[in-house]
Design a protein around this ligand. Structure first.
Ligand code: IPE
Ligand code: IPE
Ligand code: MG
Length: 251
């Protein structure tokens, strides 16, 4: 296993969990079996991230565009989600993990929303890792919702256009209060963002692996995190400036 520097882990890790369907189809299994196996990988990553001391873990579990999949698959995913939350809440309590959800919850079935509310409520006082599930989530839709709420506040006189800064705008996003992801992992070989966290990924380090989500292992997670630790994040500055800053910080 790769040696990880506990001081240089991402504060916020985001994951696009992709490849469940292909994992199943390659084995002549139904796609939903791939989703079930994917749920096991979710358990592992949640446990590992929390053990490593990562403060924020955000998982892309169901996109706004995933509603266009066959109704049978959508229904099965909603059932699986409910079952997962119900089964895992006790473990989240033991591990001091707090649930959070981003996305358009008005599109989710009532029973799923009830299960989510219960889990969010139960874990609300937990002080460990924040586990954010992106459900019925799309980055463009989130930006539109934020713009609409901003416009509403402008119309009602709560703010004027001159007040709109990046910090203020951010507070209107579903992720208001969360730091931007430092590291994004996408499995299954696709090298795209698929409408995930469009605003928040501005300076995120990206990592792509060919492994399908059900096959993603602890070893691979550690390998990805080791890769993150080898990156120089410059945020528009020069490499020299970053080295200097590091020297000052370590002095
Ligand atoms: C990711 O796996 C899970 C969801 C999008 C819900 P996919 O279902 O997208 O798997 P592939 O990409 O078809 O293999
Ligand atoms: C992104 O995967 C959404 C989730 C992982 C939940 P998709 O499988 O929906 O993305 P595309 O369609 O291949 O871009
Ligand atoms: Mg996919």
């Amino acid at each position: 296993m790769n040696e990880l520097d506990p001081q240089r882990l991402p504060v916020h890790l985001a994951v696009i969990m992709d490849g469940n369907g292909r994992w199943a189809q390659q084995r002549m299994l139904k796609r939903i079996i791939g989703h079930q196996r994917g749920a096991e990988t979710v358990k592992m990553v949640v446990e590992q991230a929390s053990l490593l001391g990562i403060k924020y873990l955000t998982l892309f579990a169901f996109s706004a565009e995933n509603w266009s999949r066959p109704a049978l698959e959508v229904r099965a995913l909603m059932t699986l989600l409910k079952k997962y939350i119900r089964q895992e809440t006790a473990r989240m309590m033991r591990k001091n993990i707090r649930y959070n959800v981003i996305g358009d919850r008005s599109e989710l079935p009532d029973d799923v929303n009830e299960t989510l509310d219960e889990a969010i409520h139960k874990t609300a006082a937990n002080t460990g890792m924040v586990l954010t599930l992106a459900l019925s989530y799309g980055g463009r839709q989130e930006l539109c919702r934020a713009a609409a709420r901003l416009a509403q506040d402008a119309v009602s006189g709560k703010l004027s256009p001159a007040d709109i800064t990046t910090d203020l705008f951010e507070s209107y996003l579903d992720t208001g209060g969360l730091p931007d992801p430092d590291f994004l992992i996408r499995t299954s070989g696709e090298m795209r963002i698929s409408n995930f966290l469009l605003w928040q990924l501005a300076y995120t380090e990206l990592y792509f692996t060919d492994t399908n989500w059900p096959d993603f292992t602890i070893n691979e997670l550690h390998k990805a995190l080791a890769d993150f630790q080898s990156r120089e994040r410059r945020f528009g500055m020069t490499g020299d400036q970053i080295t200097q800053r590091g020297t000052l910080l370590n002095a």
